[in-house]
Design a binder for this molecule. Sequence first.
Ligand code: CO
Length: 299
Amino acid sequence: METEELKAYLKAGKIATQAKKNAAKSIKPGMKLLEIAEKIEKEILENEGKPAFPVNLSLNHNAAHYTPSFNDMTELQENDVLKVDIGVHVEGFIADCAFTLNPSNSHSKLLEASEKALQNALSLVKPGLEIGKIGEEIEKTIKSFGFQPVYNLSGHGLQEFEAHAFPTIPNHANKDSKTLEDGTAFAIEPFATDGEGKVREGGVAEIFSIEHPASCRGQAARKILEFAEKEYKTLPFAERWIHNSLKLSEFERKIGLRELMQKGILHSYPVLHEMQGKLVSQAETSIVLNNAEVLILVE
Ligand code: CO
């Protein structure tokens, strides 16, 4: 990996580590999810990074892709299981990390399962490791706590301005015999659940990314596309970011986003959830393999 690229990864990792540590310290029951997301995103910008995607704050049976809307009133409760998923990029090079919070500690075993699965997986990581071995270790660890891994969520490669790239890092023993190559950046992110181990899409999407840029007719659509291309390139962004940055009425914003979706220009990320009443925990960090060294980007 080139020096400049490696430097950017390490810087993104540092900023993400700090954001994660401060979030773990400062998030308290009674806080609004919106306030939490905005605080973390602001801190990333102050430290000269950029959010690689909107801070995901998925509660309880929601596993991923929940970010507050601009008028979200949801407050964190004592017993909630909150996944805090933070992405930072420096010139397009991304550090992706996540941890789970449960203020009352009533679900500490579930949190421990995903955290231990991540640590056990990390202890195996080195260039040449079969990717399936990571999944095998994650599945084994989570099951030893009496839970299920979420089979249809996985870790992923990290590429310049691409948060979900090749290779897929499984959360179960899928026997993938491809190996980790030197020079690869990737995230490992085990999810543990007392549910069935499978997430489904649901609810209204608040997260979008540009998939196939093309021309569009509507003024609002053009405005959103032009802004998003410049600010986020191919990385995911939140509807509330558009709300905060562009002078569009709510109606114009909705019409614009709808046109961009209908034309296939935007990709949306609906919330991914387990069965109602079940819980999901998550742990994640990013790794760079460089000259046979294993660099863990986020502590
Ligand atoms: Co990730």
